[in-house]
Structures are given as structure tokens and as C-alpha cells.
Write a new protein. Sequence first.
Length: 143
Amino acid sequence: MPPGYGAPALPGPMAVPAPGPAPSLYPPEDIEQGKTWALLGYLISPLWIIPLVQRDNAFALYHAKQSLALLIAIVIATIPISIIGTITCGIGFILYLPLMYPWIMGVVYSAQGQYRPVPWFGFIADQYLQSIQADKRPGGPPR
């Protein structure tokens, strides 16, 4: 086919961009400064709210939104899992184990400084929490 017709040619087999925000938007020092809050947001669940309120570090904010999406999914999944667990005399509570995978991956991604959504539930943050952006102005977000 002549150039300009059909789909554009991709430069290689891995031409699909990585998930998450474009890395060029966030400087490496932002990642290093935000790693602690990002990691704590997964390990100590209520701490995801601090980067969400401060909005001064894009990396910490990204993982705070991912942690919030994961928390929402876990709360929603708790209702049917609790019912199944009660009906099956506790055996159904094993259904909580798959929910540990996205949580562990969120911890790994934040510790490695990666902008990657948590598996299965990260799209919630990417779609519904995208309006919450980092504020880089001196003095932080408007109050």
C-alpha cells in the first residue's frame, strides 16, 4: 500500500506506550520525593488521603488515587465475599486472597518508582479520578 493509506506503521513490536501518565511529565526528583508517601498509602491504608489533599507531588498523588481505587474495589467486594464466607462456614473467605495481588503489585510499583496502574482496578483511578491533579504552585492547592 502507498504511504498514507491504512494504519500507520509501528516502529517495532513493543510500540504500545506503557500504562499510566507520560513519564516525561514527571521529573525523577518528583518520583524520589513521593516514593515514601506512595508506599505508605498502600501499606497503611488511611495514609493515601494525605497526598490526595496536599497534591504537591504527582507521583504520590498518582499512587494515592490507585490506592483509593483499590480500597473502593475491596469495600465493594467485601459484601458478597462476607455473605459467601458466612454461608460456607468460613471457607468462602478464601476469596479475599485474589484481592491481595493488586495490593502487592501497587506496593511493588510504588517502591520501584513506576507509574503503573494496579492490576484489575487501576482503571477506576485512571477513568474516574483523573480530574484530581498535582498542584505545583508555591503554597500548594487553593484552600
